[in-house]
Design a protein. Structure first.
Length: 196
């Protein structure tokens, strides 16, 4: 993607009215974190707390996500975190295909800017909108695929883990697999130590 920069991205998201989700929100939630991170996490869409603060994954699911990262010694501030849609869907419903598609322009630009080596999709919506519309999170979580030199894997959304504790075992295995992949690619030590 030629001629992209963060200023353009920020302006594009701020001005966006490509779907109806921006009506009735308090804040857009573009995403945040290390803009040069080798690891990018993509969730579904902002919830209530995220909408209030304009930040991704800062509510209860976000707190669990921070703990999940810490369980494999990854400091949250060293990764980049964003969502499929940048505006909160009413009552936290799943974004409609046309909403997710409209917002892909922003997500593509984000990926082009961060240039992550590894992307983790959090939940079925993120996986369906990036890997495959027919993706089954129960059957395919933890499986790695490589696309254009970027390694991608989906795991359970932290909100799903808050609703159903029995999924935590599988999520833990996925996190260990993430750690292994980062090690294999020579990225883990840098992420741990805080060096660039
Ligand atoms: N759920 C998401 O998918 N994203 C957030 O930012 C918060 C909750």
């Amino acid at each position: 993607m030629a001629d992209v920069n963060w200023e353009l991205f920020d302006r594009q998201v701020a001005a966006c009215t490509m779907c109806g989700l921006c009506r009735g929100i308090r804040h857009k939630v573009p995403g945040q974190g290390d803009r040069e991170a080798p690891l990018m996490l993509i969730g579904e869409g902002p919830g209530q707390v995220e909408d209030e603060q304009g930040l991704a994954f800062v509510g209860p699911a976000g707190q669990l996500l921070t703990k999940m990262l810490a369980a494999v010694s990854l400091p949250r501030e060293r990764v980049y975190i964003c969502n499929i849609v940048k505006c909160r869907p009413p009552n936290n419903r799943v974004p409609l295909p046309e909403e997710a598609n409209a917002c892909k322009l922003h997500l593509r630009m984000q990926v082009a800017l961060v240039r992550p080596k590894v992307i983790v999709l959090l939940g079925a919506t993120a996986a369906k909108n990036t890997i495959d519309p027919a993706f089954s999170i129960t059957r395919q979580h933890g499986q790695w695929i490589e696309r254009k030199g970027v390694w991608m894997m989906a795991t359970y959304h932290p909100s799903a883990l808050l609703r159903d504790e029995t999924k935590k075992r599988d999520a833990w295995r996925d996190l260990q697999s993430l750690r292994e992949k980062l090690r294999e690619l020579g990225l883990y030590q840098d992420l741990l130590s805080g060096s660039p």
